[in-house]
Design a protein around this ligand. Structure first.
Ligand SMILES: *Cc1c(COP(=O)(O)O)cnc(C)c1O
Length: 408
């Protein structure tokens, strides 16, 4: 998607980018300092409405909150999703602070500490176990607390998903229990006093190819159906993962959600209804729910020309937004969409290089971007900042203050 398409998604008012209904410069005044992250409520809601309209009704929607754990965002989304997926005890506490019931919270992650497992068993959330060591710790916590733990087995599938930005299943993995080991594990823990609800398969993240996502879901249902034969009671929970991607660069096209939904509907009405009739299918999404609703807003501190190249130095950088600098799992650095937000209507004329304020050449936010002639105090906005921004960045690096975050 192009920067213009992102501007159109947010809209403009008086020539400025509109965020949360406000012209950007007014929002910056309201926040009181730059840089800051702003998340647009109406875009969050629009995304959920779109998903609900497309996906089969039986599918429950889970928010993978590591994408954006800001409490206001989590609270807002908790009224609109069915479930929350957490990956630490701290995230679990934030999820338990919402009105989502503990039975609707799942806890995944390959390195849950024994203390976290104890907390999770006490809370009554679904623990997605990733090894037999974890199963042992869950049983010990259940015994100590006098509670039957509720678990799902996270399975490392015997297939890999192509086209994922980050692969998290197939081949050797630190995630989950290898599919071929699962039958024996289920036999071993049959009488261990666990409530085994079902399975979780998460094959990968940031996929923009609907056909590949649909195929992964199909293979997941197939795999889970055969593993289910080794359970004492039919599965009530089948977490199909997610991995829906968002277009970060100009070359990326948005995911064809209707195509994904069509595949899912066929799967749910067919194989899932026949082979896993008691199971609630769950799709868990992080960036697809929140990523596109967020902007990172920085102010130009300096404009300089070095041997013919124009640099705009802004007051933010990779310490708040590691991914835009190309250092969060990308094989090749590509520009994130960015604009001069207080002059969003102006045409790009100038090839400018936007750099952050850190004293390292890694702190590159936009390489040779077409921007309107921008100078000191202009507001440079980076799009696609609602997920894996602030909490996925090295904020302590160079000791600059933390940015504000607002939900508007
Ligand atoms: C990180 C993660 C997600 C969310 O991934 P997105 O790409 O943000 O949708 C979902 N499920 C699990 C298990 C995860 O670890």
């Amino acid at each position: 998607m192009t920067p213009d398409e992102h501007v159109a998604m947010f809209g403009t008012v008086d020539g400025e980018l509109r965020v949360g209904g406000m012209p950007l410069s007014r929002l910056a005044a309201r926040v009181g300092s730059t840089p800051f992250f702003a998340y647009d409520r109406s875009l969050l809601d629009g995304r959920i409405d779109r998903l609900r309209a497309a996906l089969p009704e039986r599918v429950e929607l889970s928010y993978a909150m590591k994408a954006n754990p800001m409490p206001a965002v989590v609270q807002h989304l908790s009224k609109r999703v069915d479930r929350i997926d957490v990956a630490s005890a701290l995230e679990m506490q934030a999820a338990l602070d919402t009105t989502i019931r503990p039975e609707q919270i799942s806890f995944a992650g390959p390195g849950k500490a024994p203390a976290e497992i104890h907390q999770a068993v006490a809370a009554g959330v679904i623990i997605e176990v990733e090894s037999t060591t974890e199963i042992g710790r869950v049983i010990a916590a259940g015994d100590a607390l006098g509670i039957t733990p509720r678990i799902a087995v996270r399975v490392n599938p015997d297939f890999a998903v192509k086209g994922s930005g980050m692969r998290m299943g197939g081949g050797p993995q630190q995630f989950g229990i290898d599919a071929e080991q699962v039958p024996a594990v289920l036999e071993e823990y049959r009488d261990a006093g666990l409530d085994i609800l079902g399975f979780h398969v998460f094959a990968g993240s940031q996929n923009l190819n609907a056909a590949i996502i649909a195929e992964a879901q199909e293979r997941t249902v197939d795999l889970v159906s055969s593993l289910a034969e080794h359970l004492r009671t039919p599965p009530r929970y089948v977490n199909l993962g997610g991995g829906f991607g968002i277009p970060y660069t100009e070359k990326d096209r948005p995911l064809d959600l209707d195509a994904v939904a069509d595949g899912l509907r066929a799967l749910i009405d067919g194989p899932l209804a026949q082979r896993l009739p008691d199971a609630t299918p769950v799709i868990e999404l992080g960036r697809y729910l929140v990523g596109e609703s967020g902007v990172y807003v920085t102010r130009v501190l300096d404009r300089k020309v070095s041997r013919g190249r124009t640099y705009l130095v802004v007051d933010g950088g990779m310490h708040h937004q590691l991914a835009a600098s190309g250092n969060f799992g990308q094989a090749i650095r590509r520009n994130y969409p960015l604009v001069v937000g207080n002059r969003a209507d102006a045409a790009g004329v100038d090839g400018a290089t936007v750099v952050g304020c850190l004293c390292t050449p890694l702190d590159l936010l936009g390489d040779d971007v077409a921007l309107p002639d921008a100078g000191i105090d202009d507001l440079i906005v980076i799009f696609q900042q609602g997920a894996y921004g602030l909490t996925a960045s090295p904020t302590a690096f160079l000791g600059h203050p933390a940015p504000a975050e607002v939900l508007v």
